[in-house]
Write a protein that binds this ligand. Structure first.
Ligand code: AMP
Ligand code: MG
Length: 331
């Protein structure tokens, strides 16, 4: 199959719509990462997403809709605080998990009675969702477990030849996947951290919990149990307070003739030779925006990529560190 990469315009949107109406899939940009979208109402189209990505069949998908989409078509009742969250953060990088209404394929939520819905802020994503005017089930547009794509080139590298169309909206500005927040209970619960932090949600609603699976319990956000975001090269991960160990390991690997790159925040980059540093940046939004781009660069240039966990852990950094740890340390 030939994969077309096209800017978002009237022609490419017409092609996208006709592919989706036939049960096919299309990659599209959002402000977090690129998505691999299909009509959420069609079993066969949703199945196609799992097949193309090699995604485990118990890892549910997020449904994407445009900002004026009537949510009552998809969800039943909701808690009173949910409206406040939508007003504060949507469109934006926050996925809300509601009680579903069986309006989309059962394969979207993998048998759960809930439905995750996102309204992306990216202009191109909005144009795309508005022009197709259907609920679009979409995970990240990468082969399962590989680094999420933050440019059309990244999508092409993973899915070229497997999908007919990539809508190219440039580099994603946010850089890590949306926050996933369960709003079915009296208190919102963050299932996956992201650019809308738990603290930001608590500021609006008054309270917010973070989900920590108990031993033996069925995981509430199945996606979080899988290895993820992994580069193709070898990886190592050091905590911020293990800088001495990181330096020793760096020198040892160089002596073995390995190509080694260090992925770290700006503040500690000076400890390593300049040409060996992939600079995450200084602020939390910079680090989120740069993480996947640098992991993609790193896997191409290094035999071993050494990640160093940034110093700050709260706010958006909870999401950045979650992704960095899964990328560099596996499970
Ligand atoms: P991805 O599409 O790869 O960004 O992954 C979507 C994330 O949303 C995964 O972590 C899923 O487990 C989570 N998710 C999707 N639908 C639901 C749902 N109904 N309940 C809980 N988590 C969900
Ligand atoms: Mg993903």
């Amino acid at each position: 199959m030939l994969t077309n990469v096209s800017p978002i315009n009237a022609d490419s949107l017409r092609v996208a719509k006709s592919i989706l109406e036939k049960g096919g899939v299309v990659a599209f940009p959002t402000e977090t990462v690129y998505g691999l979208g299909a009509d959420a109402r069609l079993d066969s189209a949703v199945e196609e997403i799992y097949k193309i990505k090699g995604r485990p069949s118990d890892n549910p998908l997020i449904v994407h809709v445009h900002r004026d989409y009537d949510l009552s078509l998809l969800i039943s009742d909701e808690q009173p605080y949910v409206k406040k969250l939508r007003e504060a953060f949507l469109p934006g990088p926050l996925t809300l998990v509601y009680r579903g209404k069986n309006a989309v394929s059962k394969k979207v939520s993998c048998g759960l009675d809930t439905l995750a819905i996102r309204v992306p802020a990216h202009d191109g994503a909005q144009e795309f969702l508005r022009s197709v005017d259907m609920p679009i089930a979409a995970p990240s547009a990468n082969i399962s477990k590989h680094i999420s794509p933050v440019s059309a080139e990244h999508v092409l590298e993973d899915l070229g030849g497997r999908i007919p169309l990539i809508l190219d909206g440039g580099r994603c500005s946010g850089g890590i996947e949306s926050t996933v927040c369960d709003v079915t209970g009296e208190i919102p619960v963050v299932l996956r951290s992201g650019l809308i932090s738990m603290e930001m949600i608590a500021d609006v609603v008054g309270r917010c919990d973070t989900y920590i699976p108990k031993a033996g319990e069925q995981v509430r956000s199945p996606g979080m149990k899988y290895k993820h975001y992994a580069p193709k090269c070898s990886t190592l991960l050091f905590e911020f307070n293990q800088l001495d160990e990181a330096l020793l390991e760096f020198r040892r690997l160089l002596e073995q003739g390995k190509r080694v790159l260090i992925l770290c925040e700006k503040e500690i980059g000076y400890l390593f030779p300049k040409e060996s540093v992939l600079n995450l940046g200084a602020t939390e939004t910079e680090m989120a925006a740069n993480l996947y781009q640098l992991l993609h660069e790193g896997e191409k240039r290094a035999d071993v990529l050494i990640g160093i966990v940034p110093k700050k852990h709260d706010g958006i950094m909870a999401g950045v560190i979650n992704r960095l740890s899964k990328a560099c340390a596996g499970e």
